[in-house]
Design a protein around this ligand. Structure first.
Ligand code: MSP
Length: 527
């Protein structure tokens, strides 16, 4: 997967610090987090970057409307974003803000370098600008005179200003050849085709500076200009690693982790990441990222969940009601990672009740109840003579299925692999009816084996969930009476059978996931 050996660098988009984030933003970040957690468990040196995009006309306007300076305004928003990632237990290694000097200084250096080498030149810009999308449009790209982004379709205004341009056109052929030679570069394939068609229509040079507002990185060779917010933002992926750092050794992370293995982003910003970004990198003579993956949206009946539509769902409210693991599980399991997924709270409650409370929670609860009832709460030793390896065999298949699914960015399939085991264990209880075995002293060895197999399967399930859910693995292990931390396991050993020591005293606790009554949870709130 990595172009380098043994390292993994994954990024999310840097989110606009224009207001609180919603569950759609949480989706990209939770997905990246699961991939980063797994990568660390697999022993790869991993770097997971997220952050905030804090410049631009839109944010300047928001700050003004709030009666604050732009910096004061973004500081407030960023504090909220950090709280959200904390609550969702996002394990980012670095959080970059585009207002940090470590970023701004390098953006200036990059502009200077591109200007010096002739990739940036001055000209008069005339074209249409959509402020909410911070996007320039050509006349022919407008739809009925409005913004060409189908999700926006808002007013655009004519901009006529002296600007600097990036010579994109010069790189179009090279970009097409690169995409052709690297089928995995833009994914999924539907987005790849869209991008190829877009480039084939011809790339115009793009305007990379603005003069009509101030809230941006000043251009070193002409400080009346500030950097176009998208160029500023894209560079975060390398400034955060210390690219072009002045400090001695300040670019060590860059040398270790660049090129990124995976940029995760929503499909609406694919064009920036699969055209402008690679062209900037080519101009800087840097290798391109391994993969740019454009996932679908969480959509509601009325379309994409977005701040501008005001139809957003606050992840804090969801976590308050259902807990962090249920929210993460729902996002990772229910949303197909490559295409749009329909969001509804009812679907979340359903997943919680069925997969988490009924299938997983009950499996643990029933198993521990039987161990308490039939074996005084002590893990029995399996009897070698009883040949019963169905759970052991399936467990052996889970790890490769899970890893392949994650490598292919099919996150729901990774969870499905774990739930096949959960489901088999539930059937195993029905098929073996321990309550009948308990009545027959001749079946003592068989009952010991059945109970051991269930407990050992739960031990492994606890570990297998570590990349996805931050709380349940530890709670499962604690109820099994295990002392260690499931997050510290040797991943490749997770499914090796027989690690739960017989003689361990289990500690049955409250249900992992109490069932939620949808009528109560989904009732419209009283005003
Ligand atoms: N600041 C730019 C990104 C710059 S990256 C160099 C930006 N920010 S944003 O705040 O608008 O966040 C966009 C990202 O949030 C999307 O690309 C996507 O990853 C995520 N999502 C926002 N709404 C979403 C949904 N409704 N569904 C899924 N993901 C969503 O664009």
């Amino acid at each position: 997967m990595s172009l380098k050996t043994g390292t993994f660098y994954v990024t999310t988009p840097i989110y606009y610090a224009s207001g609180d984030l919603h569950v759609g933003h949480a989706y990209s970040t939770v997905a990246a987090d699961a991939l980063a957690r797994l990568s660390r468990l697999r022993g790869r040196k991993t770097r997971f970057l997220t952050g905030t995009d804090e410049h631009g006309q839109k944010i300047e306007g928001k700050a003004r409307a709030a009666g604050k300076s732009p910096k004061e305004y973004v500081d407030g928003v960023v504090a909220g974003i950090l709280r959200l990632w904390d609550r969702l237990e996002i394990t980012y290694d670095d959080f970059i803000r585009t207002t940090e000097p470590r970023h701004e200084r390098i953006v200036q250096k990059v502009f200077q370098r591109l200007y010096d080498q002739g990739d940036i030149y001055k000209a008069e810009y005339e074209g249409w600008y959509c402020t909410p999308c911070e996007t320039f449009w050509l006349e022919r790209q407008l739809v009925n005179g409005k913004c060409g982004n189908p999700e926006c379709g808002g007013e655009v205004h004519l901009l006529k200003e002296e600007s600097y341009f990036l010579r994109q056109s010069k790189y179009a052929e090279r970009l097409l050849a690169y995409i052709d030679e690297h089928p995995g570069f833009i994914q999924p394939p539907s987005r790849r085709n869209e991008m190829v068609n877009f480039v084939k229509q011809g790339l115009e040079d793009i305007c990379v500076t603005r003069t009509t507002f101030d809230w941006g990185v000043a251009i070193p060779f002409d400080p009346r200009h500030v950097a176009y917010v998208w160029i500023d933002a894209l560079l975060n992926y390398i400034t955060a690693l210390g690219y072009l750092s002045d400090e001695p050794g300040g670019d060590a992370l860059f040398r270790e982790f660049w090129p990124a293995d995976l940029h995760i982003l929503g499909k609406e910003i694919m064009r920036f990441h699969s055209i402008i970004w690679p062209i900037l990198l080519m101009a800087l003579d840097l290798p391109l990222p391994g993969k740019v993956f454009g996932h679908g949206w969480l959509v509601l009946d009325e379309g994409k969940m977005s701040k501008s539509k005001g139809n957003v769902v606050d992840p804090h409210v969801l976590m308050e009601k259902y807990g962090v693991d249920a929210v993460r599980y729902f996002l990772l399991r229910d949303m197909p990672f490559g295409t749009d997924g329909r969001y509804s709270e009812a679907a979340l409650v359903d997943r919680l009740n069925v997969d988490l409370a009924n299938d997983l929670g009950n499996l643990l609860n029933r198993t521990l109840t039987m161990v308490e009832k039939y074996r005084e709460g002590v893990v029995p030793a399996p009897v070698a003579a009883v040949d019963d390896r169905a759970l052991e065999r399936l467990l052996g298949e889970v790890l490769p299925s899970l890893e392949t699914a994650m490598d292919e960015l099919q996150i729901p399939a990774a969870l499905e692999a774990i739930w096949r085991l959960v489901s088999l264990a539930n059937h195993y209880i029905e098929d073996n009816a321990p309550w009948r075995l308990a009545k027959d002293p001749a079946e003592k060895g068989r009952l010991d084996t059945v109970l051991y197999n269930l407990l050992e399967t739960l031990r492994a399930i606890g570990s297998l969930l570590v990349p996805f859910l931050p709380e349940s693995p530890g709670r499962i292990w604690a109820q099994l009476g295990l002392e260690g931390d499931p997050a510290k396991i040797v991943w490749s050993e997770v499914t090796r059978w027989g690690q739960l020591p017989p003689g361990t005293t289990v500690r049955k606790g409250p249900p992992l996931f109490p069932r939620i009554d949808p009528k109560v949870a989904l009732a419209p709130e009283e005003k």
